[in-house]
Design a protein around this ligand. Structure first.
Ligand code: NAD
Ligand code: IPM
Ligand code: MN
Length: 352
């Protein structure tokens, strides 16, 4: 098949992990005789420095033309949170412009690195869940006001916004263990009461085969470390999903391992590791590339319909971890970003 894939490296370790993602995409193309055209676009702080805006029109146009987008990370200390234009606005605008309302963040624990998690190994066996995070609504996108001594961020949701993301999560749960956990703060927030009502209705009307539970977000934060294997599919609003998935990354041993897919109504998606630009290790060549490489697998599966290739990539990453080829976030010896990717590419060649 032919596909146009936009590469948006961004800031910090973003370009380092995207270089590796590009190598993997080229290897997959060669292995399966696909033609992937890879085209780079600027986003985030580096785009601000070059053009004055974190999402230049040319980048958005590229992403609209592309079949899929692979993104590194945006942000960093160079671009202060108080500045009028910030790198993170580019990422938020991209998600909004492309209508990517559902962010899938799978969480699994590889036994080889379970000891890297502060959570007891016995609690990590059988951890396998997906957080479906609402991505284009809520407090991230509500009206913001600021005076010298007051500020407000509005959190609002419509029933339609809740319904469509719950459907994505419910369809996913049907293909898995049929357990859906909806996370909210319905004891305090009006948006959460709407969220809970709509979720119950959608599941009752359209997915009666699912086992649905509602969990309050504070309790969910506790259960994630206390009994993580109880979760199958978790659906939640934008900010809760952001926070809970960084917490969930602790189960996996490093945030550098977790991939994500941001999806809308069509096939197109933005794929990115869930970590940020990691300014503390940027430029050293030691960023963990596996979250990005697993995001490539999600890209192959969801946007290009290449399920076999996606599985081969996932198996190759698994083999590399099994062999102990681990960057310093997971191992004292510490492979480089490039060595870790090399191990995946070698394992991929042996997959047939
Ligand atoms: P971060 O995820 O960048 O880093 C947190 C910690 O995890 C750091 O110690 C870092 O070294 C480590 N880490 C992250 N990714 C790693 C990897 N691949 N390999 C090894 N270690 C890794 O979070 P932060 O420090 O809170 O944020 C830094 C900047 O990134 C901020 O400007 C933030 O806005 C931005 N950010 C961007 C995204 C994104 O682009 N999707 C996501 C989160 C944060
Ligand atoms: C993420 C990040 C972003 C978010 C930031 C950089 C805007 O934390 O992708 O998890 O909050 O969505
Ligand atoms: Mn985040």
């Amino acid at each position: 098949m032919r596909a146009l894939i936009a590469l948006l490296p961004g800031d910090g370790i973003g370009p380092e992990v995207i270089d590796e993602g590009a190598r993997l995409l080229r290897a997959v193309a060669e292995r399966s005789r696909h033609e992937f055209q890879l085209e780079k676009g600027a986003i985030g702080g580096t785009a601000i420095d070059a053009t004055g805006t974190p999402l230049p029109d040319s980048t958005l146009a590229l992403c609209r033309r592309a079949d899929a987008v692979l993104l590194g990370a945006v942000g960093g200390p160079k671009w202060a949170p108080s500045a009028p234009v910030r790198p993170e606005q580019g990422l938020l605008a991209l998600r909004k412009e492309l209508g990517l309302f559902a962010n899938l963040r799978p969480v699994t624990v590889h036994p080889r690195v379970a000891s890297a998690s502060p959570v007891k190994a016995e609690l990590l066996a059988d951890v396998d869940f997906v957080v479906v995070r609402e991505l284009t609504g809520g407090i991230y996108f509500g009206e913001k006001t600021r005076t010298a001594d007051s500020a407000s961020d509005l959190c609002s949701y419509t029933a339609d916004e809740v319904r469509r993301v719950v459907r994505v999560a419910a369809r996913l749960a049907q293909k898995r263990r049929r357990r859906l956990t909806s996370v909210d703060k319905a004891n305090v927030l009006e948006t959460s009461r709407l969220w809970r009502d709509v979720t119950s209705q959608v599941v009752q009307d359209e997915f009666p085969d699912l086992q649905l539970e509602h969990v309050l977000v504070d309790s969910c934060a506790m259960l994630l470390v206390q009994r993580p294997s109880r979760f199958d599919v978790v659906v939640t609003e934008n900010m809760f999903g952001d926070i809970l998935t960084d917490e969930a990354a602790v189960l996996a041993g490093s945030i550098g391992l977790l991939p994500s897919a941001s999806l809308g109504d069509g096939q197109k998606g933005v794929y990115e590791p869930i970590h940020g630009s990691a300014p503390d290790i940027a430029g050293k060549g030691i960023a963990n590339p596996y979250g990005t490489l697993l995001s490539v697998a999600m890209l192959l599966r969801h946007s290009l319909g290449l399920a076999e290739e996606a599985r081969a990539v996932e198996r190759a990453v698994h083999v590399a971890i099994e062999q102990g080829v681990l960057t310093p976030d997971l191992s004292q010896k510490g492979a480089t970003t490039r060595e870790a990717t090399d191990a995946v590419l070698t394992a991929l060649q042996q997959e047939r």
